[in-house]
Design a protein around this ligand. Structure first.
Ligand SMILES: [Zn+2]
Ligand SMILES: [Zn+2]
Length: 137
């Protein structure tokens, strides 16, 4: 049927018609309940880390961290919650990486793009590109 999009829920693999949420209604409800639990816990335990929140609410640490990364919790509580940096595991409260890894990553990307640019320059100077072909004289 045109206009109706059927998606596979990334959480439970069930098929559902896409509404406004990226997961099926059932997972969405669970997610809202978990988010509620986490928010209530943080109201009473300001400054708790992701691990403490997971312990206190029964919501998996992975989900807690996802809530933080998606920005649900900072907005809700006004408190920064710490979770491990994706690269070195140092506690952070914003983004995916700690400042050190973030900087390293930015530099790494800059280096990579410079390398690509240099290679493009070399290609332009390559005499093979300037040859007009044999027998043209
Ligand atoms: Zn689901
Ligand atoms: Zn790090």
């Amino acid at each position: 049927m045109p206009g109706i999009r059927v998606l596979k829920c990334p959480r439970c693999n069930r098929l559902f018609t896409k509404d406004r949420h990226p997961v099926c209604p059932e997972c969405w409800r669970t997610e809202q309940e978990n988010l509620d639990k986490v928010r209530r816990f943080l109201d009473e335990n300001a400054g708790a880390t992701a691990v403490q929140v997971a312990d206190g609410t029964g919501v998996s640490e992975k989900d807690v961290i996802r809530f933080i990364k998606e920005g649900h919790l900072v907005a809700a509580t006004g408190h920064a919650i710490e979770y491990p940096c994706d690269t070195c595991g140092k506690p952070i409260s914003v983004g995916r990486f700690c400042p050190t890894c973030g900087e390293k990553l930015t530099k790494g990307l800059e280096g990579a793009s410079k390398k690509i640019r240099r290679r493009a320059d070399e290609d332009e100077d390559d005499p093979r590109w300037k040859k007009t072909g044999p027998g043209n004289s």
